[in-house]
Design a protein around this ligand. Structure first.
Ligand SMILES: [Zn+2]
Length: 332
């Protein structure tokens, strides 16, 4: 991973600041509890001196001494837990406070950047000035079925309303089982049926779980980023990092595929991206307004067959919900 000059230090300072703030928070919490339950302070002092004696006994090799010390420390721990409970405090009141428990707010796990640090990089370099704001309203909590048609359309077996309930359940499962199952989603169907919204719901859920997510519209990806990096050899840190994340992010969302200018370059880049992400078992969500036959004609048979083999293919159908929202707003 490449860091722009000065940015790496800024990230490390941020982590240090966070650790210091959380240490102060813990100290303040301790002081408050000691003031209410002075006995706990005594227990902690005994624990501290017990730990010193234990270390000494270990060094001197007297096994009987440290066996009894072990019991002594265990008793003190029980006493601590009982006192906390009796005074209405949670059992982990004195546990260190971390925003990211994976890396303990250091940014690294065994020398490898933690997902929380990688996400900072993505946010800094590309993502989310554009999507972050949208994710506040486009997420599973804000999802509504109000605009979907409850009447059967005479073509499909289920009404749009019922069908979308099934779709949402599948997509929710995808987000919930992401750690164990991974996988990929392919959304297709006419515009304004909720494809982008649902992709954003997954993005938000995974970001909240601490995964790295990169969202790109197809035009950004194929008309700007890839031509700049691959053809014009753009070496700006921002673009190179975003390019790396195309392959490294745990979830990549390519929204509105088919709205870009489709060329030989687009086709080969799409194939490479889809293929490499499959090989490295990284998940992708692709949405397109195209029907499958059109998709096959515009891209390549081999891309469509990769999708069908490796993606959960979900069709969207029914009334355009954007028109419906407008109509309802006008009639109110
Ligand atoms: Zn972390």
């Amino acid at each position: 991973m490449k860091y722009p000059s000065g940015k790496y230090d800024a990230f490390m300072n941020e982590y240090e600041q966070l650790r210091n703030n959380n240490l102060s928070l813990l100290e303040a919490r301790k002081a408050e509890i000691y003031a209410r339950v002075p006995e706990l302070k005594q227990v902690h002092e005994d624990l501290a001196s017990g730990a010193v004696s234990y270390a000494r006994a270990r060094l001197s090799g007297k096994s009987c001494a440290f066996d009894s010390l072990e019991d002594y420390i265990k008793d003190l721990k029980h006493k601590e837990a009982a006192l906390l409970l009796a005074n209405g405090y949670p059992e982990d009141s004195f546990a260190p406070i971390y925003r990211c428990r994976h890396c303990k707010d250091t940014g690294f796990i065994d020398g490898t950047p933690c997902a929380c640090l990688q996400q900072k990089m993505i946010q800094t370099f590309y993502m989310q000035s554009n999507i972050q704001k949208r994710l506040e309203t486009e997420n599973f909590e804000h999802l509504s079925f109000d605009y979907y048609n409850t009447e059967a359309d005479g073509i499909h077996r289920e009404s749009q309303y019922r069908y979308m309930q099934g779709v949402v359940a599948r997509v929710k499962n995808f987000a919930e089982d992401f750690d164990e199952a991974g996988g990929n989603l392919f959304f297709y169907g006419p515009t304004s049926l909720g494809k982008t919204f649902l992709a954003n719901c997954v993005a938000k859920a995974l970001l909240d779980q601490g995964h790295t997510v990169l969202y790109m519209t197809s035009t950004n990806l194929f008309e700007q980023l890839l031509p700049n990096v691959v053809m014009k050899r753009d070496t700006s840190v921002k673009n190179l990092n975003t390019y790396d994340h195309l392959f490294e992010a745990e979830l990549l969302v390519i929204d509105d595929l088919g709205t870009e200018l489709i060329t030989e370059f687009t086709r080969s880049q799409l194939y490479q991206l889809v293929n490499e992400r499959l090989l490295s078992e990284r998940s992708t969500i692709i949405s397109t307004n195209m029907e499958l036959t059109k998709f096959r004609d515009c891209y390549e048979e081999r891309i469509l067959s990769r999708m069908i083999e490796n993606y959960t293919v979900i069709q969207f159908y029914g009334d355009n919900i954007r028109h419906k929202k407008k109509k309802i707003a006008l009639s109110e």
